[in-house]
Design a protein around this ligand. Structure first.
Ligand code: PMP
Length: 423
């Protein structure tokens, strides 16, 4: 039993009825990308068949209608994360959002942007701080920014149980720190990180906070302004929405002072052959033709999630996570990553099956219809910290059932016997 009407929810997702090699699909790879409800698919199709036009220009009726739908979508998606429309920049995804921020800070450092952008400029001896648990998308842009500016990149370690070492954070974050970037939920560990604590340390250091909310936005009620972060990113395709669209949230004073990253059409007021002046946010950060149908699809996704209710989604997924965790702990030879006691979590577990390569585990599960992720999940430093190069990751979403978790557990319990490991 669940707090959700799972039969009704599953009926909304056309792909969940598929079979894989004769077995019913058990989709446990939503942390990589979620399935899409018909409402999202229909919203995109409906826009493309009835209202498609370029937004923010054009004097014709369709263009006005498209602009209205596009800006309504911004308001809906901003509202879903507790923000106002002008605080939400459309991006092509979390990776694009994080690069945007890192390059914009780089531009402030070389003197681009309005005088107010000097507050983001980096100087020799300045430090950027990330955690050991980053997805590469929230690591490499900072490595590159450090390389371009001479700033030093430091990291907060992760404890053996997968929690962020907040004691260490208190000494890694100092008055030299200018940026603290960290995940709300790691895509490998599934633990909800102590945002308030890290934000407090960053504030004391007068550092900018950048939250990677990819793995929380689909699973928890989210209020980014209340969390107190300066900037945050999320990806549409992980939260029931289309590909190639995501959000960058920024507190107004931060977005207003930040120089642009990409430049070109749609982000200017006046252009001469020598120079250009820029629109205020969010348009300043949306150079080029916008992801219009995708934004409208993402709005349909957040309306769908709100319709179910994020508290209920979280409660349901928490129950799946507990069932999965308990089941995995009871199978000999399974080592869970991030098995911390008493932490808030989302519905994902990464694990190692002793004596069996993660890719073999993945194939074995696939032969039973169970779709999981194997590999480093774009978090090589974190895997190295746990002495691994790869792990298996099962990740649930609102449409998964307890029965599916049981099918998954049953399949995992057969892995070591099949491969003759540890018998
Ligand atoms: N951060 C985290 C925690 C993620 O899980 C992902 C996607 N795996 C990303 C960033 C990057 O998202 P995208 O590939 O959609 O840009």
């Amino acid at each position: 039993t669940s707090v959700l009407d799972l039969a009704a929810i599953r009926a909304d997702f056309p792909l969940l009825g598929e079979r894989v090699g004769g077995a019913p699909l058990v989709y446990l790879d939503s942390a990589a990308t979620s399935q899409k409800p018909r409402a999202v698919i229909d919203a995109e199709v409906s826009f493309l068949t009835r209202a498609n036009a370029a937004v923010h220009r054009g004097a014709h009726t369709l263009a006005a209608e498209a602009t209205e739908l596009f800006e309504d979508a911004r308001e809906a998606v901003a509202g879903f994360v507790g923000a106002r429309a002008e605080e939400l920049v459309w991006t092509s995804g979390a990776t694009a959002g994080l690069n945007l921020v890192a390059y914009a800070i780089g531009n402030a450092t070389i003197g681009r942007g309005a005088p107010a952008s000097r507050r983001f400029a980096l100087h020799p001896g300045d430090e950027l701080v990330v955690t050991e648990s980053e997805h590469h998308a929230n690591l490499i842009p900072w490595q590159e920014l450090a390389a371009r500016t001479g700033a030093v990149l430091r990291h907060i370690p992760v404890r053996d149980d997968g929690t962020i070492d907040t004691d260490a954070a208190a000494s890694v974050i100092t008055n030299r720190t200018r940026v603290v970037a960290f995940p709300h939920v790691s895509n490998v560990l599934g633990i909800v990180n102590p945002v308030a604590e890290l934000v407090a340390l960053a504030r004391e250091a007068d550092a900018l906070t950048v939250l990677d909310a990819c793995q929380s936005a689909p699973h928890l009620p989210l209020d980014l302004p209340a969390l107190g972060v300066d900037l945050a990113v999320f990806s549409g395709h992980k939260m029931l929405g289309p590909y190639a669209v995501g959000g960058l949230y920024g507190r107004s004073d931060v977005l207003e002072a930040l120089p642009p990253f990409l430049t070109g059409g749609s982000m200017i007021t006046t252009v001469t052959l020598d120079e250009a002046s820029y629109l205020p946010p969010p348009q300043r950060f949306e150079a080029g033709t916008q992801p219009v149908s995708q934004a409208i699809g993402l709005a349909a996704a957040v309306r769908y999630l709100d319709g179910v209710g994020m508290d209920a989604v979280h409660a349901h997924e928490r129950a799946l996570e507990a069932r999965m965790g308990e089941g995995l702990r009871s199978i000999p030879g399974i080592r869970l990553l991030g098995d911390a006691v008493g932490t808030e979590r989302v519905g994902l577990w990464a694990f190692e099956v002793e004596g069996v390569h993660a890719h073999d585990v993945g194939q074995f599960l696939d032969s039973r219809g169970v779709a999981v992720r194997v590999g480093h999940h774009c978090a090589q430093p974190l895997h190295r910290r746990f002495g691994l190069t790869a792990s298996v990751r099962a990740s649930a979403a609102l449409y998964n059932t307890p029965d599916e978790v049981d099918v998954f557990l049953e399949a995992v319990s057969g892995v070591r016997g099949f491969f003759g490991a540890g018998s």
